[in-house]
Write a protein of this length. Structure first.
Lengths: 293, 244
């Protein structure tokens, strides 16, 4: 499971957010040598770390940060378009607007690199989780800026990813603008590549934390539900396109099973308030016996 | 776009990912390099200090043979910088570095003189991190001594894109039929996918890129008439298509 961290649940991740800014300093300022970035009390922060920023975070079982990426809507501002327009060729479509998000500051910690345990699938998993968030919000494209040395990995995202213009020099090497399409079909393909038929990201709310006591416990429960979903899909000969409605229905099915006495100590996972068109189901993990919302 | 060469570069960047054959890709790369004044190139995968897999070459075959015969690897600063992981550099930079260390030895002078005699006075070397820890090396050569500063980042990016795509086309081409339906690689990738491995894990095991793994599995799905890899794995098992 990869955690969705927005303005409304950031207070649950105070330690991880601080860790993230510190790791960004290590990755971008110290390792990459981007000395022009702003560092405040050991934290790398910029103007795009605002209330609109959504962070996707991978945590280990001890709730330590293993990697993160930032995505942000571009209706008002966009790093690529506003600061690096020379990376955009004249024939490109509009790369800033209501259906375009921007992905930046992706990193994996050294500790994760050394561990090399499946679960997060590295930056590819983070990028996929970020695209889920963009898709939930109705976004159709994600733009970004990358060092040309990362291009080989970014081209792994497939034919729906492209470079937005000619490469250009920057103080630390050569960079390019990038753009990738987002759709349910593309997300299904990316998840298949990651051997993850269920969605990767989940937004933890206060109620989840109150029910389970810790982010790690919430993560464990969500991952268990995802594993059940995977087993279900593997037995299903029908086309298991990861339609959100199907995922929602499966979670509801597990609710019934868990609500029975078969797993008396296991919390049930069910959808509470339905969001529009079931695109962003609000999954709340509640303990058995808790009144329905 | 600044000039014709930059227009050609953009045309290559847009078209290259859609090429399905190495011939098409190489032809376009050669054209765009000519627009920048480069007439020779070579691309290879470096698997280790003594293991080089050629992927593409134009006009450098004779020079490469001569370079190996003369043992120039021992004195060529470009080789040293490449093996040290320097991402991209011009010949002029490598030579200047050698000269700052002291007078060039007769063999070092021989290297540069031989290259000049062969019509190569300038060039760039671009390294790209490849899958599974390998390194892709692209060398582009020109008769001109200097490279325009504005062209350097573009040539760097072009070389990264070219080498990445060449490797994938090479990997896909070097496959052979296993049975009447699947190739060896398609079956191999499907077997591992059936065990729940990711495309990255499979690529690491087989020493091929993640995108090539994905292409093999997508090909298998298409051939087997199914929409997902779990279904493809099951159908292939049912039809006994995965046995070597």
């Amino acid at each position: 499971m990869i955690h969705i961290v927005r303005e409304r649940n950031r207070r649950l991740y105070a330690r991880q957010i601080w860790e993230m800014f510190n790791e960004r300093r290590k990755a971008f300022v110290e390792r990459n040598g981007w000395a022009d970035l702003m560092v405040v009390e050991g934290a790398e922060v910029d103007e795009y770390d605002d209330e609109q920023a959504v962070y996707l975070m991978a945590l280990n079982d001890e709730e330590r940060l293993e990697g993160a990426i930032r995505v942000r809507p571009t209706a008002q501002s966009c790093m690529l378009v506003d600061k690096y327009p020379h990376l955009i060729a004249p024939d490109q479509p509009e790369l800033k607007g209501p259906d375009v998000w921007e992905g930046t500051r992706v990193f994996i910690t050294d500790a994760f690199r050394q561990r090399r345990v499946p679960g997060v699938r590295g930056s590819f998993g983070l990028a996929t989780a970020a695209m889920e968030v963009v898709h939930d919000a109705g976004g159709k494209r994600v733009v970004g800026i990358a060092d040309v040395r990362m291009l080989e990995h970014m081209m792994d995202m497939g034919p729906n990813f492209w470079v937005t213009g000619l490469p250009a020099e920057y103080p630390h090497g050569v960079m390019v603008g990038t753009c990738g399409m987002v759709s349910e079909e593309i997300l299904c393909g990316l998840r298949e590549s990651l051997a993850e038929p269920a969605r990767l990201s989940y937004e933890v709310a206060e109620e989840d934390l109150a029910s389970f006591g810790s982010l790690a416990a919430v993560q464990q429960a969500v991952d268990a539900a995802r594993l059940e979903h995977e087993v279900e899909l593997q037995g299903d000969k029908a086309d298991p396109r990861c339609a959100m409605a199907r995922v929602t229905a499966l979670y509801a099915k597990f609710d019934d099973a868990y609500a029975s006495q078969a797993y008396p100590a296991w919390p049930s996972i069910r959808r509470t308030s339905a969001s529009t068109a079931a695109r962003t189901p609000e999954l709340r993990l509640v303990r058995e016996g808790t009144p329905n919302e | 776009m600044q000039d014709f060469s930059h227009t050609e570069a953009w045309a290559f960047i847009r078209a290259a990912p859609n090429y399905r054959s190495a011939v098409e890709l190489e032809a376009h790369f050669a054209r765009v390099l000519e627009a920048f004044g480069f007439d020779r190139y070579a691309c290879a995968r470096l698997d280790g200090p003594n293991s080089l897999l050629p992927l593409a070459s134009k006009g450098l075959e004779t020079w490469t043979e001569h370079w190996e015969e003369q043992g120039y690897i021992k004195v060529d600063p470009c080789a040293r910088w490449t093996l040290a992981g320097r991402p991209s550099f011009a010949w002029a930079e490598a030579r200047a570095w050698s000269e700052r260390r002291g007078p060039l030895s007769p063999r070092e002078l021989g290297l540069w003189d031989d290259a000049a005699s062969d019509g190569m006075r300038g060039g760039m070397v671009v390294t790209t991190p490849g899958p599974s820890g390998q390194v892709l090396i692209t060398r582009i050569m020109t008769g001109a001594r200097d490279i325009r500063p504005a062209d350097r980042p573009i040539l760097d990016g072009l070389s990264v894109i070219f080498s990445t795509l060449m490797l994938r086309l090479y990997e896909q081409a070097h496959d052979r039929p296993l049975n009447s339906v699947l190739t060896h690689r398609e079956a191999e990738c499907l077997r591992w996918a059936g065990d729940g491995l990711t495309d990255m894990d499979i690529g690491e095991r087989l020493g091929i890129s993640f995108r090539t793994v994905n292409n093999h599995i997508e090909n298998a799905k298409r051939k087997l008439g199914v929409r997902n890899r779990v279904g493809a794995y099951k159908r292939a098992l049912d039809l006994d298509l995965l046995s070597a």
